[in-house]
Every structure is written in structure tokens, then in C-alpha cells.
Design a protein around this ligand. Structure first.
Ligand SMILES: [Zn+2]
Ligand SMILES: [Zn+2]
Length: 365
């Protein structure tokens, strides 16, 4: 008996030993600032990749979740889903990565991998519900997922992206959420040469929208109510700027755009922008205002216009986007911060005081 018990204890000890204790930054409650916290990462499974995190972008969703603004947060929560790092170890069945490779993780770390959406490479729409990189229950019931505000992460190989080596890593990190969120609708609606594209909102998402749409050959117009954005929009690659508080300028773009990408998450009137679409024009929203939209059917019927939504992108498209950005030399404009500056960064983000994405240097953790 004693030997069986000893054996069992040894087995448990071995298991715990193989899990890694990892430094992280977490929010313990909706009204408390983020601070140091320890988490464990699971023992490497045959399909897993173990990554040392080098940089993690700061997305507005991190703030919403840390402060329980979507009323679904389980504490403690470790945010972060714009993760870039280096592979420390791989499971025995991993084919795509080896130790030392660059690797990235975006908004998803798992899905059912069997439903029609997963099979079509649309894991973000998994019919069983995909597993978010943080604040989501693990599919095996072992607890909650913890995100990129941490030193290391373990995830299934399919959910780990290849990171091109020719781009600055800190500026690649935001591509994993802000980049794919804007790339996917531009690709899905086949935006290309000669198309007239309006980008609404110049933040983390909007600045990627401008860069990507311009790189695809579209004529890009920045739509903004603040004249101070004009210079930056031009630098990012916008061809035109329309001040939406100027009646004359707004008149000039009635029935003008083939496609409008709306990245604004504050309340605003969609109808004002729908009137700028050509016949068969499409307006896609990727921002989430707190109140429901009111759109009279007539505003869509006249001109056969479409009003649609889009959510990040699936795994194949996320890899395609990273490869596209490597080829076209596209990265995010970032301000690198230390992990200890994250609470201040959240406050600045709320004021729009960032050009255009904070990225945490994980060496500071
Ligand atoms: Zn995000
Ligand atoms: Zn699925």
C-alpha cells in the first residue's frame, strides 16, 4: 500500500512539476488596477506549443474585460490577445514549429475544430463557441484561459501563427487583433484597385484599415469629425480627408463610396454614413457601440445597400494577413510601454491619447 501511495504522490509531484508557474499581470476585481499575479501554464500536450511572450498589444477589449464592462469577467483575469514571442518547446506531434521559432497568438486559443465553420477556417464563428485567449473556460474544464500579459503561454499548434522575421516584432503584435479585424472585411468584400473606401474612426483599428485598404489599391478617404486627424491620416496612406462636421465636404461624398469600414465603438448615426454609399455599396461595422442601431429599411432599399458586421478572422486568414503584411511591409504604429504602465495606458487609451496602439514589452515583467 505504502509503495502505491508513494508512487501516486510521485506521479502528482511530476505533473505539478511539469506545469510552469508564470509571472503575469491580472485584474482581481472590476474596480482594482492590474497588478502582478502568478498563473500556471499547462503541461505540454503532444499538439501544444510553449511560447515565451516578447510583446503583447493592448486592445480595447482588454480594458472592457478587466473592468467587467461586458458583465462576463471571471476574476482574476489576465488580458492580452495580441501576442508575439519565441517558441520554447513543442509537443511530440507538432509539425509547424520548432524551438526558437517566432510565433504569435491572436484572439483564439481553441475551438471544436469539427463544426462546419471550423472546417471552413472560420474558427471565430465555431458553432460550439470558440475559446478566447483570455477570460474563457478551457474546453477540458481545467479553468479559465489567461492571456498575453504574462511571460509564457501554451496553446494548440493550429492556433499559433507563424510570425515573419522581417518586421519589428513589437509592431507586429497588434496585427493579431487590430490587423485581422480590418483585413478580413476588406478581403471578404474584395476591396481592390479603383474602389473608393471610407474609413470611419482613426484609432487602433482605423489606422490599420487605412494602411491595409491603401495597400490593396483602393482610394482611401478618412472620415472624421476632428480636423487634427487629417495630417496623420495622410501619413498613414489616406488619399482624401472628409471633415464630417463640414456640410459642403459631406455633400461631396454623397453616393460616393463602394465600401465603408466603420471602426467606431461610440454611439453614432449609421444613416449619416449609409447616405455616402453608392448603389450596391457595403458598410461594415467592426466597432461595438453600447446601444442598438436604428436604421430605416428605406436607407438600405434605395441603392440596394448592405449593412454588415465582421469579427476578427479565422486561422488561415490570420496567417494570410501576417504573410501579406510581411510582403507589403505593413505594421502597426505603436508606443511600447512597460507592464507597470498598463493602468496609466488604459486611462490614456480612453482619452484616445495613443498613436495608435500600446504594446507591452514583456521583458519588463
Ligand atoms: Zn482585440
Ligand atoms: Zn467549431
Amino acid at each position: 500500500m505504502i509503495s502505491v501511495a508513494n508512487h501516486f504522490l510521485y506521479f502528482i509531484f511530476e505533473k505539478i512539476n511539469k506545469m510552469s508557474n508564470v509571472n503575469a499581470y491580472a485584474a482581481q476585481a472590476a474596480d482594482s488596477p492590474l497588478g502582478p499575479h502568478q498563473i500556471t501554464r499547462r503541461e505540454l500536450r503532444p499538439n501544444d506549443v510553449h511560447i515565451e511572450i516578447l510583446y503583447c498589444g493592448v486592445c480595447h477589449s482588454d480594458l472592457h474585460t478587466a473592468r467587467n464592462e461586458w458583465a462576463n469577467t471571471t476574476y482574476p483575469v489576465v488580458p492580452g490577445h495580441e501576442i508575439v514571442g519565441r517558441v520554447m518547446a513543442v509537443g511530440s506531434d507538432v509539425k509547424k514549429f520548432k524551438e526558437g521559432d517566432l510565433a504569435g497568438i491572436g484572439c483564439l486559443v481553441d475551438s471544436c475544430r469539427e463544426c462546419e465553420n471550423c472546417k471552413a477556417g472560420l474558427e471565430q464563428f465555431c458553432l460550439e463557441g470558440c475559446t478566447g485567449t483570455y477570460n474563457n473556460p478551457e474546453r477540458d474544464g481545467s479553468g479559465m484561459t489567461y492571456g498575453g500579459y504574462s511571460k509564457e503561454i501554451v496553446a494548440r499548434e493550429e492556433f499559433v501563427m507563424k510570425i515573419p522575421g522581417n518586421l519589428p516584432l513589437e509592431a507586429v503584435a497588434p496585427l493579431l487583433c487590430a490587423g485581422i479585424t480590418t483585413y478580413s472585411p476588406l478581403r471578404h468584400w474584395k476591396v481592390g484597385k479603383g474602389d473608393k473606401v471610407g474609413i470611419l474612426g482613426l484609432g487602433g483599428l482605423g489606422h490599420m484599415g487605412v494602411k491595409l485598404a491603401a495597400s490593396m489599391g483602393a482610394e482611401v478617404t478618412m472620415l472624421s469629425h476632428s480636423p487634427s486627424k487629417k495630417e496623420d491620416a495622410t501619413k498613414l496612406g489616406a488619399h482624401k480627408f472628409v471633415l464630417t462636421s463640414d456640410e459642403e465636404q459631406v455633400k461631396g461624398v454623397q453616393h460616393y463610396f463602394d465600401f465603408i469600414l466603420d471602426t467606431v465603438s461610440a454611439e453614432h448615426d449609421y444613416n449619416f454614413y449609409l447616405s455616402m454609399l453608392k448603389t450596391d455599396g457595403v458598410m461594415v461595422c467592426v466597432g461595438v457601440p453600447p446601444t442598438p442601431a436604428q436604421i430605416p429599411a428605406m436607407n438600405l432599399i434605395f441603392g440596394r445597400k448592405s449593412f454588415a458586421g465582421s469579427l476578427i478572422g479565422g486561422l488561415p486568414e490570420t496567417q494570410e494577413m501576417l504573410d501579406y503584411c510581411a510582403e507589403h511591409n505593413i505594421v502597426s504604429d505603436v508606443e511600447v510601454i512597460k507592464i507597470s504602465e498598463i493602468n496609466e495606458a488604459y486611462e490614456r487609451m480612453l482619452k484616445g491619447d495613443v498613436r495608435y496602439r500600446f504594446v507591452i514589452d514583456m521583458a519588463s515583467l
